[in-house]
Design a protein. Structure first.
Length: 218
């Protein structure tokens, strides 16, 4: 007896086209061009020279007499420029950028629908968002794809199959995640859906949730 086909579910309204991981963002040291390093080294050398000059001026003031006037120059020079030099080094050592895990322009291909007991191919195509200042954006390495059944139309889904899809690069510059899911024969539910999650994200928030159209058995 053929199984009924159910209309599209409100799950489709929960399928966003952009996503950013809720996990704590990693940081990394950003590569700098040679010109940037050269400019920083020149600036640091100037600061160090001025601090050394201030120290030498204070030493000249120890000779006594009118030489004490050197202290008026040496003390502020040494104090100000030595602090600036240390600050410049510390700032460069702490300089890092955020690595944001995100996707945009997401499109989930799930075929014509689901036939219970037969394989279902899923393909998620997306792009990596442009990086903002002070960050680098990357796509997740792996995405967990779950096939969910719902005992009633408003019931929480139960996972009946899960697969891990690894990231692939396509010729058009997009990223692709593909896998195959299969239900056990004989399962019956009025509603089926798929959930996509970052495989490293333990917050329980899916990347997207989308409904599946139930097709009659062949």
């Amino acid at each position: 007896m053929p199984q009924p086909s159910f209309p599209a579910s409100p799950f489709d309204a929960q399928s966003p086209t952009a996503w950013t991981s809720a996990m704590p963002q990693a940081t990394e040291r950003a590569p700098k061009p040679a010109a940037d390093w050269l400019a920083w080294l020149v600036a640091l050398a100037v600061l160090v020279f001025m601090a050394v000059f201030g120290l030498q001026a204070m030493r000249w003031s120890l000779a006594g007499g009118w030489h004490w006037l050197w202290m008026l120059v040496g003390l502020p020079f040494f104090g100000v420029f030595s602090v600036l030099a240390v600050t410049a080094v510390a700032a460069r050592l702490r300089e890092r950028r955020r690595v944001r895990v995100a996707l945009e322009n997401m499109s989930l291909e799930r075929g014509e629908g689901l036939r219970v007991g037969e394989p279902l191919e899923l393909r998620l195509r997306a792009t990596v968002p442009a990086a903002q200042e002070g960050e680098r954006t990357v796509a997740p390495q792996r995405i967990a794809m779950r096939l969910m059944l719902h005992r009633t139309l408003d019931a929480v889904g139960e996972c009946c199959c899960e697969a891990i899809a690894s990231r692939e690069e396509t010729r058009d510059g997009r990223v692709l995640y593909a896998c195959e899911l299969r239900t056990a024969p004989g399962l019956d539910a009025p509603l089926w859906s798929v959930e996509l999650r970052d495989a490293t994200d333990d917050t329980g928030v899916p990347i997207l949730t989308a409904a599946l159209r139930l097709l009659p058995a062949r």
